[in-house]
Design a binder for this molecule. Structure first.
Ligand SMILES: [Zn+2]
Length: 152
């Protein structure tokens, strides 16, 4: 491995080393169990960003700051170290792709669509149905707020 390569992969390697159930899903892409919530199936998406930063996205809506804190890192660890004397550029926040958003919201949208279909057909809804729908609605809101924060 060359020195240049090593520098490039360092931030993401740093993060991956601290996560559980890490699985590669493609070039520069992984999933793992989110350390910031009780994650049964891997719902944390990890990507090596174009700017060599690390993009973290929990499909359950955990804030990125909570995820890095849960593994003992800080937000600065998601970015490559600045070269001494290098021009100080504004840190670029990794962007979440639209496919990530669709993937994160798919289950919620489906659950809510089915819920409202039942509402529209006057089906008797149980308290469990209500809780289920409200859980998905809250997840939906959490993901949207996360996307808006990281897209800023
Ligand atoms: Zn999470």
């Amino acid at each position: 491995m060359s020195t240049a390569n090593y520098n490039t992969i360092e931030p993401v390697k740093h993060v991956l080393d601290r996560l559980e159930s890490v699985r590669s899903t493609g070039q520069g892409k992984w999933v793992a169990r989110c350390p910031a919530h009780q994650d049964k199936s891997p719902s944390l998406s990890i990507r090596a960003g174009d700017n060599c930063g690390v993009l973290l996205f929990c499909f359950a809506g955990c804030p990125v700051a909570d995820i890095v804190a849960a593994v003992g890192l800080g937000m600065a660890d998601l970015f490559p170290p600045r070269e001494p004397g290098a021009h100080r550029s504004r840190p670029m926040a990794p962007r979440i792709g639209s496919s990530d958003v669709v993937e994160a919201l798919k289950d919620d949208l489906l659950a809510l669509a089915l819920f409202f279909r039942d509402v529209a057909s006057d089906r008797n809804l149980s308290a469990a149905d209500m809780r289920y729908a409200s859980k998905h609605a809250m997840h939906l809101a959490a993901v949207i707020s996360e996307v808006q924060t990281s897209g800023r």
